[in-house]
Design a protein around this ligand. Structure first.
Ligand SMILES: [Zn+2]
Length: 331
């Protein structure tokens, strides 16, 4: 059994991403507990002290079957990426108003104008005479959040603030919040953490700073150019070409991680994730633990790598549906 100096354990675990934590959880039940505690701590830190009754906030998210996604989930599952000063909560269609009511009545958040409605590039790009400012773009964290109007899985978005902290409440069009995530503008946003499970759909690409887009290789989707520039400015590689990023250099078509036709679902073998509760507490304390039966199944859409990917097709439209996990596992 591996040993680790106790005083170093939390330091080392603090650097692990979703795959590293997953491997650590398999070592023994103590490491399993450490990994879950680290995830919990990262989520709590995300709220930056803005939530006064944190336990009630977590219970509310669990009762509302809502998940944290967006840049916050990206940070929690890949801590090399910085924590944003806001949360993005994705809710099922019929839980949206309940989540907003909780934030306003219990935590005293107020509605505000979303910063993502700004369309201009940050000023740093225009200041040519100031070499320092021009060489280091001063992106605001909110520049990394795309307007969600182009996301077919999103019905509406509320933006609430409390002091310097903000929450986006994103209402999904169906009863499962993860339905909207594959339709985010890039694949590094297909991550979530909820009370019952957490998943990252493209863990290797995301850890490598690579993100797939649906639209053409050099063409950003309409309305997100500022956001694309901010991501590129921070070193992200964005492309709709999957095959150059395939570990084998080949594409397995529908069985691949990232081809336009790949059949994917949260919880499949390409994902990294799990249940955010340690095994020990699930067994000994009989805590309320729910294995979600439903998940989101999707295909990214866009151009195929070649005619061999999927029955000679050149391209296909993206799509997603809510499906039962046991059915998908039989595919
Ligand atoms: Zn392919």
């Amino acid at each position: 059994m591996p040993t680790m100096l106790p005083e170093l354990t939390s330091e080392i675990f603090g650097y692990l991403d979703v795959k590293g934590l997953g491997r650590a959880r398999c070592v023994n039940t103590t490491w399993d507990m450490y990994a879950c505690a680290i995830l919990f701590k990262r989520v709590e830190r995300l709220t930056n002290g803005a939530i006064n009754q944190y336990d009630q906030f977590v219970s509310m998210l669990a009762d509302a079957h809502s998940v944290i996604a967006g840049l916050g989930a990206l940070h929690v599952l890949f801590p090399a990426y910085p924590a944003p000063p806001f949360l993005e909560i994705f809710t099922p269609d019929d839980e949206y108003h309940g989540v907003i009511n909780f934030l306003m009545s219990r935590e005293h958040f107020s509605p505000a104008l979303p910063p993502t409605m700004r369309r201009k590039l940050p000023a740093a790009a225009a200041v040519d005479h100031d070499a320092e400012a021009a060489s280091v773009p001063r992106w605001k964290p909110s520049d990394f959040v795309a307007p969600r109007a182009g996301n077919r899985g999103v019905r509406e978005v509320a933006y609430l603030t409390k002091g310097t902290f903000a929450v986006f409440v994103v209402r999904t069009t169906v009863g499962l919040p993860t339905y909207a995530l594959p339709a985010e503008w890039n694949s590094a946003l297909a991550n979530y953490i909820g009370a019952f499970d957490y998943q990252s759909a493209y863990p290797d690409l995301t850890a490598a700073g690579r993100a797939l887009m649906d639209a053409g290789r050099d063409r950003a989707p309409a309305g997100v150019q500022t956001t694309v520039a901010a991501w590129r400015g921070h070193g992200w590689a964005l492309s709709s070409d999957w095959q150059p990023w395939s570990a084998s250099g080949r594409c397995n078509g529908v069985a691949s991680v990232g081809c336009a036709c790949a059949r994917r679902y949260f919880g499949d073998r390409h994902c990294a994730g799990g249940v955010p509760l340690p095994v020990r507490s699930r067994v000994e304390r009989m805590v309320a633990y729910e294995e979600p039966m439903e998940t989101t199944f999707w295909w990214r859409g866009g151009g195929m790598c070649s005619a061999d990917c999927h029955e000679g097709m050149d391209s296909m439209a993206s799509g997603a549906r809510v499906s039962l996990k046991p059915v998908l596992q039989g595919l």
